[in-house]
Each structure stands twice: as C-alpha cells, then as structure tokens.
Design a protein around this ligand. Structure first.
Ligand SMILES: Cc1ncc(COP(=O)(O)O)c(C=O)c1O
Length: 408
C-alpha cells in the first residue's frame, strides 16, 4: 500500500487552490498567553516571532476563555469524571454536565428544550438531518455560513427544493416563498443571525412578518431557523443575540459555546419535539462522542455569568470598545459597515492593499483577518476586526494608531 498516487493527486488539487488564490495561509501557532495587566489587555505569543500580539481576530467576544470560574468548573468536572466521555450519548456517554448545560441554554434562549453538539457546525448538520424530509423546501440567505450550506447537502436536499434570497433582502425572500413548487409539505427559512464577515444582523422582525402569511400554506408549516453563533452572548441588551436586538423570534435557534461564551460546542434550542427528533435522527449528534464534561461544565458557567451582573458589565465594555473602535476608523477616513456588533469590517476594496495592511498590522503586533479576491468578489476586499470585552481603551487606541500610521 502506498499513498504515492493519492498524494500526487492531492498536491495537484492544493496547487490549483493556491493558483486561484483560495489556499489557506500556513497556520500560526500560539505559544503563550499573557493575562491583562493595568492599561494593557491580554497579549499572545506566536511560535517563531519575538513579539507580543493583540488579537483582533478572536470570536471570544466576552473574553471568558480565561475566566477563573470557567477554568475552575472545567477542572472540577475533570477531577470528578475524567477527561473523556467514553462513549456516545445514547451508550451511557451522557453526564450530568451535558444535561445541565442543555437545560441552562434552553432557559437562556427562552425555549422548552435544547440539545448540545460538539460545535455549531455539527449542530446545523444534525438539525438538517432531523427536520428535513423529501418534501421539504429550504430557503436561505445568500451569505449563510458554510455549515448551513453543507447542512442542506448532508440532508440531500435536491436542487429543485431550495432557493436562495439576496442578502437580507426580504422582498427577494417573499419571491422565494411565492416560488415554492407544488407537492411541498414543509418550508424551512434559514439564515445567520449575525453575518460573521460583516457584523450586520438578519432583519428578523421583517423576515417574521414576511413569513407570517405563508405559515398555513403547507401541511407541515413554515419554520424559521436562525443560526446566531456570532450574536448569542455578544448582542442584545442581555446577550440573547439577534432576537433580542430585533425584538423578534425565530422558531428554532442554533448557537455556539465557542464564541462569546469562550468555550466550545454548539446547540439547537427549540420545542421538545424538535429536540427529541435530533436525538433520534441527527447523525452528528448520535454517532459521535459528546463534548468533554470539562467543556460542558465551563460552558454552563459561561451562560450563568453572561446572564448575570458580570455579563452585563462585560457586554457594556464590549459595546463601549466597539463604539470607540468604529468611531476611530471613521475619523481616520476608512469605510465600514455600521452597527453595534463587535465584528467591525474595514472595507479596503483592493486585494494588494488589504494584504499590505494585514502584514503591516502583523509587523506591529496586531492579529487581524484579511479577505481578498477571489474569496470575496473584487471590490469587497475587507479586513475583519473583532473587538473583545477584555480589550482596553488603550488597546483600541493602539490598533487605531497602527491604522493611522499605515503609509499605503
Ligand atoms: C453562522 C455560523 N455558524 C456556525 C459557525 C461554526 O461555529 P462552531 O465553531 O461552533 O462550529 C460559525 C463560525 O464560524 C458561524 O459563523
């Protein structure tokens, strides 16, 4: 047995990605974490680089990943039960921390029940397997996350049973609803709550109103699903995400513990029947080990903290730093997409300039993400900044200072 032929074929495929400009850059390796000190927020060390970095590319919006209460909860759960579950959920791999986390996140999202997954990615796949049928029609926003697109594929939704509406365009959504063919039993309208590359939110109230006249059109109804992975914890007055921000609700919510909550894992919050269907039908739930008890215990503490006074304080910090940063980039004459979310895109609109700016930030100790053609269309080249609650005003000013000094 040799991998020679396969290796050669795969190398050609990766070279093609490189030639198209779609290949991922080599991964940087974090080797050190420096806790906040005085005026300075957390810093990171990278392998092979003699410099400290501010992370402006972390999804850990509330900066809970290094919170002593989460670390203590993870430690205690590990001491009590060990590091691995030993089996999948239905073969006695269900521990008290899994169940408590499900109850806690269901209550936080105001839903009767919830089911946890290893990630929001696998939650979307599992949800699709659980709620799709041969006569289900899917309608999604054109900028939906990759996991939603994959979810429709894994659920074997045929081309003729799906439609895509223009980003946040409710009139186009109505057109899609009008175009649902004969013979359909149920319709699922699915969209990101916060769009991760832009920081804008789905117009949930308008989507709900657009769907209302269609609710009784199909025998098994119309269901809205919001994947609010970037919103929950980080958005809305109490961190309940896009639903809270817009004052409207979706029928099913998908979220993650791996962003604002600072841990790992995903979830679906919905009715008891949907959650039981997941347990019975969602392969990405059934046939894989669950989160470790350490992750589950830490995530529950993260939800508790978010739902209390400390969460409010962290959210207030996050809003304040985000506002400071957004105002700063506008004052410096750069273009962004307005809004209160901590994803702050800087629209550079040129591939070479975006690359040069990403490099310039790196050389000055700031980690950011650049999106260039062909990953985004020509003219949409962007740098994505993500503000976290532990960034200090001095950190924000330092990043703005680097931007101001960029000679390009
Ligand atoms: C909308 C959306 N869904 C799902 C995910 C995946 O989250 P997780 O890391 O929990 O799989 C992301 C994150 O990149 C996302 O933006």
């Amino acid at each position: 047995m040799t991998l020679e032929r396969l290796d050669a074929a795969l190398l050609r495929e990766v070279e093609a990605l490189e030639a198209e400009g779609r290949a991922k850059a080599p991964e940087r390796v974090i080797t050190g974490y420096l806790p906040p000190e005085g005026e300075r927020g957390p810093r990171y060390r990278l392998r092979g680089v003699d410099r400290e970095f501010i992370r402006m590319n972390s999804n850990s919006y509330l900066s809970l990943s290094n919170h002593p209460a989460l670390i203590e909860a993870a430690d205690r759960a590990t001491r009590d039960f060990g590091v691995g579950p030993g089996a999948v959920r239905f073969i006695d791999g269900t521990f008290v921390h899994h169940v408590e986390l499900e109850e806690r996140i269901a209550a936080f999202m105001g839903r009767p029940a919830a089911r946890i997954f290893n990630s929001a990615y696998t939650a979307n796949l599992g949800l699709a397997l659980a709620i799709s049928s041969k006569q289900t029609f899917w309608i999604g926003d054109e900028l939906n996350h990759n996991s939603i697109i994959r979810a429709m594929r894994i659920a074997a939704v045929p081309r003729e049973n799906k439609a895509i509406f223009r980003h946040n365009d409710v009139d186009d959504l109505k057109q899609c609803l009008e175009g649902v063919p004969e013979g359909i039993d149920r319709v699922i309208v699915i969209f990101d709550g916060i769009f991760s590359m832009r920081g804008d939110n789905a117009p949930l109230a308008a989507i709900d109103a657009a769907c209302a006249p269609y609710r009784d059109r199909w025998p098994e109804g119309l269901v809205t699903v919001v994947d609010d992975s970037h919103g929950i914890g980080a958005y809305g007055a109490t961190g309940r995400g896009t639903e809270e921000h817009t004052g409207a609700r979706a029928d099913i919510v998908v979220g993650t513990f791996g962003k604002a909550f600072g841990v790992n894992g995903g979830f679906v919050a919905a009715s008891e029947a949907v959650v039981e269907a997941i347990r019975q039908k969602a392969d990405t739930y059934i046939y894989t080990n669950p989160l470790s008890v350490a992750d589950a215990a830490a995530a529950k503490v993260a939800v508790d903290l978010t739902d209390g006074e400390e969460g409010r304080e962290r959210l207030a910090n996050l809003l304040d730093r985000t506002r400071r940063f957004r105002e700063g980039i506008t004052e410096l004459g750069w273009e962004s997409i307005p809004g209160p979310h901590p994803v702050v895109p800087l629209l550079v609109r040129d591939t070479a300039r975006t690359r040069a700016l990403v490099r310039y930030f790196f050389d000055d100790g700031v980690l950011v993400v650049g999106l260039t053609f062909p990953v985004v269309p020509k003219g949409d080249e962007t740098i994505r900044f993500q503000v976290n609650a532990a960034h200090t005003p001095a950190d924000i000013d330092r990043v703005l200072g680097v931007l101001e000094s960029f000679p390009g």
